[in-house]
Ligand binder design. Sequence first.
Ligand code: FAD
Length: 522
Amino acid sequence: MAVALPSFLTAIMIMSRLMAFIGITRNNDMSSKLQALDIAPKLSYDPSAIESASQDFGHIVKAVPQAVLLPSSPWDIASLVNFSYSNSVPFSIAARGNSHSVNGQAMAKNGVVIDMTSMKNGNGTGIRIASDGSYADVGGQQFWIDVLNATLGLGLTPVSWTDYLYLTVGGTLSNAGISGQTFRYGPQISNVYEIDVITGTADFVTCSPNNNSDLFYAALGGLGQFGIITRARIPLEPAPKRVKWVRMLYTDFSDFTRDQELLISKNGRNDNKALNYLEGSLLLDQGSLDNWRSSFFPPQDQPKIISLITKFRIVYCLEIVKHYDGQTKTTVDKDLQQLLKGLSYLPGFMFEKDAKYEEFLNRVHSEELKLKAKGLWDVPHPWLNLFIPKSKISDFNDGVFKSIVLQRNITTGPVLVYPMNRKKWDDRMSAVIPDEEIFYTVGLLQSSGFDDWRTFEDQNKEILLFCEKAGIKVKQYLPHYTTKEGWVNHFGSKWSTFQKRKLQFDPKLLLSPGQRIFNSNQ
Ligand code: FAD
C-alpha cells in the first residue's frame, strides 16, 4: 500500500490521541461488549490473572489490562483482534509470551493481554516435525525448551538459540533471538522458513520470503507491531550428542576482542571445523563468580581466578563450544586445539568441560533454580542490551567498563560481550543492527533490589549518554524508548518502512502497545 508520509503521520497522531481518549472512556463499555463474544468464557478478569499480566521479568513497569484472553487456538486470537478492529472503540492487544521482557513490552494498559502459553493446553499448533526431519512447525506460544526436547527425541535440533530457553518462539522472533551461535548461523529470525501471523486487521496470513514477504520481513524482529505469530517453521539439522565447552581468561581487552574476532571469522554454516558457539563476558570485582552464568569454574581454581579479578578489577572471559558425536569424538580435541592455536589468553587460565548438548543449551535454567531458591530471580532487572560497532568497542571498554562500571561499582549479574557477523542478518527484516560488518552485543543483565533499581537505571542512562557524546552509534537490542524521537533514531533508515508496514498491517495501532512506539505520548 503506497501512503504519503505526511498524511500517515497525521493518521498516527490522530489514532494515538484517540487511543489515549479511549483508554479513559472505554472500560465499562468494553467489558460489556466482550461478554457478548464467543470467546467470552476464555476471557479472564480474575485479579491474579490481571496482576500477572500487569508485570514482567523486569519488575519495573506496571500496566493493568482490562482482561486476559486464554486462547485455546489461533482462531480465538483472530476473533479477539477482529472484535477490536471492527469496534467503533478499538482497544489495544498484547500477545504475552513468557513475559520475560523487562520494560512492559508485553503489557496492554486498559486493553487485553493474550496469554499465549494457554494454547499449549488447547488445540493450537504444538510442535510437529516434518517426516523428512528438515523442519519443525512450532506454535508461537511454545517455549524453546519444548522445541529442543521434541526435536532431540528424533535426533534433530534447531541451530540458532538464545542463552535461556524458557522464552517463547513468538517472543524471541519478535526481537531477534541471539546467542553464541549467531556469529555462524545468524539470529533466530534468520532461521525461519515460514510463519503464520494474525495481523492487526484480523487477517490470518501465512508468509515466507516468497509469499506475503512484506509481512514476513515486518514481523521478524517487528516487536509485535504487525501481527501475532501463531506458527513458525524452523529448519532442523542432525543434533550433536555432546559439547566441548571452554572458557579462557584475559586481562587485556584488545587481546580478548582480537581472539574473538579471529574465531568468528571461520563462520561457514557447513564448515565442520568452525566453532558452534562463541560468547564472552566480564568477571568483575564486585560481581560474584557464582552468578547465573558462571558456576562453571572448578572449585579448586576459583581462588586464583578471584585473585586475578581482585588485581585487575576486570577480567574478560572468552567462552566457546564445539559440538561432537560418536563420529567426531576422536577428532574433536584436535580440531579444538587447532582453532585455539596462537590465541592470547592467560597461560593457566583455560578451563574445559565436557557436557551433554542439551545440558549446555539449558545451562541458565539450573542457575535459575538456584536463584529462585534464594529469592533472587523474581526481582527487578534493570537491563541494558546494546549492539556496538566493532570500530568503537575499544572506546566502549574504556568509557563504560573501565570507567562508568568500575566507578559506580554496582553492577551485579552477568555482563556479556561478544561479536557477530552482519552478513548473517537479513536487512529486510525489522530488527535493527549497526552498519559495520562486525558488531558486538553487550548485555548488562543486572538484578537489583525493589528499592534500588533506579540507581541501575541511572547507570544505564549514563552509559547511553556517554555513547552519544563519544559518537558511538549503538543500537539497543530489546529496545526501550519513551519518546517518538528515540524510536525514529533507533530505526534510522528503516523508520519509514516500519511506519508504512504498521499502517498496512495494524492501521488501528492495536498491537503490542507496551513497546510504546506509536503511542509514546501516553
Ligand atoms: P514477551 O516478553 O512475552 O513478549 C515480548 C514482545 O513480543 C512483546 O511486545 C509481545 O507483545 C510480543 N510477542 C510475544 N509473543 C508474540 C507472538 N507470538 N507474536 C507476536 N508478538 C509477540 N534474548 C535473546 O535474544 N537472547 C538471549 O540469550 C536472551 N536471554 C534471556 C535470558 C533471560 C533470563 C531473560 C529474562 C530474557 C532473555 N532474552 C534473551 C530476552 C528475550 O528474548 C526477550 O525478552 C523476549 O521478548 C522474551 O520472550 P517472551 O516469550 O517472554 O516474550
